[in-house]
Write a protein that binds this ligand. Structure first.
Ligand SMILES: Cc1cc2nc3c(=O)[nH]c(=O)nc-3n(C[C@H](O)[C@H](O)[C@H](O)COP(=O)(O)OP(=O)(O)OC[C@H]3O[C@@H](n4cnc5c(N)ncnc54)[C@H](O)[C@@H]3O)c2cc1C
Length: 450
């Protein structure tokens, strides 16, 4: 194992620059035995352990002053059954690499979020989700997990084997052990028909339930000073469509993908953001300009090439899951609040949907959810905006995305999650000494005792 010398005081920093840490030790396991050894060595040295994903959480979820386990040497698919769709992958595999490997096998994940830079275990551990009223977050696609526990032993859990550990560990916050391998239930590769077009935000809200029900993957973006939203509807092309001979638009040619995703949505938007940061008074006008510039785009492509787009402009983000029926209220309150903020907002609001699930700390646990994500361009003040947003979603029992900025603590979170204490009990059993603890977990789960 390539273990960094203890004199290595390399700083860990997340993608957004909102969290840093100086681990006492770095370790980069290349097989499961090395993961177990790293956990045991940490225990012998009296150090805590956190597995690192790609650092794409905005919270300090992965931060540690103990041993940082860099999982980037532990990647790839180890087993695949194309008939059942069951695929086992090592936990440090990025979603990008996973999508490419699955594609080669004629398989795909049924749903994905906006980006693919995350590791599989990192994405699962914070409850990463995409959109789709009939679909859950990524963790609902998990069939089994292999975990290295605090004593260095390896266990497998699934719906039939250690079901309580499974219910907890699918969205486990890195609190129960180091996920070593993940078995996913994948689906045959599919093509999505993407339809993106502007629509007045009032109309989107009026038709929200209908749009969520009528599309496999429905979401919208809304620049909070504008009246227009960008509505994205991604629907699976079926054999039925082909049999009907329904005309479908082609994939975007490479030059257009480059122009629209890299130049317009990243380089040009980044330039507007920099202008807004230099001249904050221009932001509402720039925001309205961006809103007015929204245009229609329809194309087809392999599912992951539609779900995922490059995000090169850095930002800070908070996201809450709210009961689906309260979305209209939340957006109306945000609309009232944003123009009164002391600092203008440069980034759009994103709204997605998910089906209810039964994973203990899933943000969609037990309820049909709408996700409302707010963002601010890096370097611009965001605290008042995020505080105001939190007070709006608090009124409808919003649950924060575990990987995005929020201020809730265990007292409040316990009232939002009916299985919260069971999660804590399973954690105490799996990790009696708090080997996998960090400051973020202490805040959100409470002290490590029962
Ligand atoms: C640009 C951008 C776009 C995003 N888009 C979406 C989106 O569309 N939908 C969404 O829901 N979220 C989204 N997110 C949030 C992101 O998916 C989550 O924060 C995710 O957890 C990041 O994964 P990561 O690999 O970077 O993990 P990290 O942030 O590095 O770690 C997250 C947690 O996982 C734990 N962990 C990592 N590996 C292991 C392991 N092997 N075993 C146990 N625990 C482990 C870490 O200790 C930490 O607690 C986005 C974030 C960014 C920056």
């Amino acid at each position: 194992m390539r273990t960094q010398p203890s004199a290595d005081r390399r700083v860990w920093r997340n993608w957004a620059g909102t969290a840093t840490a100086t681990p006492a030790r770095w370790s980069r396991p290349r097989n499961e035995a090395e993961i177990c050894a790293a956990v045991k060595n940490a225990a012998a040295a009296g150090l805590t352990v956190r597995a690192l994903g790609s650092g794409h959480s905005f919270t300090a979820a992965a931060a540690t002053s103990g041993v940082a386990l860099d999982m980037s040497g532990w990647t790839g698919i180890t087993a695949a059954d194309t008939a059942s769709g069951l695929v086992t992958a090592r936990s440090g595999t990025t979603l990008r690499a996973l999508n490419a490997e699955l594609s080669g096998l004629g398989l795909a994940m049924a749903n994905l979020g906006d980006i693919d830079a995350q590791t599989l275990a990192g994405a699962l551990s914070t409850g990463t989700h995409g959109t789709g009223a009939r679909l859950g977050g990524l963790a609902t696609q998990v069939e089994a997990l292999e975990l290295v526990l605090a004593d260095g032993s390896v266990v497998t859990c699934s719906a039939s084997s250690r079901p309580e550990l499974f219910a907890a560990a699918r969205v486990g916050l890195g609190a129960l052990g180091v996920i070593s391998a993940v078995t996913l239930r994948c689906v045959p590769s599919f093509t999505l028909l993407a339809d993106e077009r502007p629509m007045p935000v009032d109309e989107v809200l009026e038709r929200f339930d209908e749009l969520a029900a009528a599309n496999d993957h429905f979401e919208f973006y809304w620049f909070p000073y504008g009246r227009q939203a960008l509505v994205k509807r991604n629907n699976r092309l079926t054999g039925h469509d082909a049999a009907l001979g329904t005309p479908v638009p082609p994939a975007l040619p490479a030059w257009r993908r480059f122009w629209e995703f890299e130049v317009m949505e990243n380089a040009s938007f980044g330039a507007l953001c920099r202008l807004g940061r230099a001249r904050p008074r221009l932001i509402p006008a720039l925001n309205r300009f961006s809103s007015a510039a929204l245009s229609t785009r329809t194309y087809t492509d392999t599912s992951h090439r539609v779900f995922v787009t490059p995000r090169r402009v850095r930002f800070a983000e908070s996201e809450y899951a709210v009961p689906r029926e309260s979305l209209g209220h939340v957006i109306a309150e945000l609309r009232r609040a944003v123009p009164r903020l002391p600092h203008p907002v440069m980034f759009p609001v994103e709204v997605r949907v998910a089906a209810a699930d039964d994973i203990w700390l899933s943000t969609a646990h037990g309820r049909e959810s709408a996700y409302v994500a707010i963002h601010q361009y890096t370097g611009l003040p965001y605290q008042e905006y995020f505080d105001r947003f939190e007070s709006i979603v608090a009124a409808v029992d919003g649950r924060p995305h575990w990987g995005k900025l929020h201020s809730l603590d265990s007292g409040r979170l316990r009232s939002l999650y009916p299985r919260f204490d069971e999660f804590r009990r399973v954690r105490a059993e799996a990790d009696p000494d708090g080997r996998f603890g960090n400051a973020y977990l202490t805040r959100i789960l409470g002290p490590h005792d029962l």
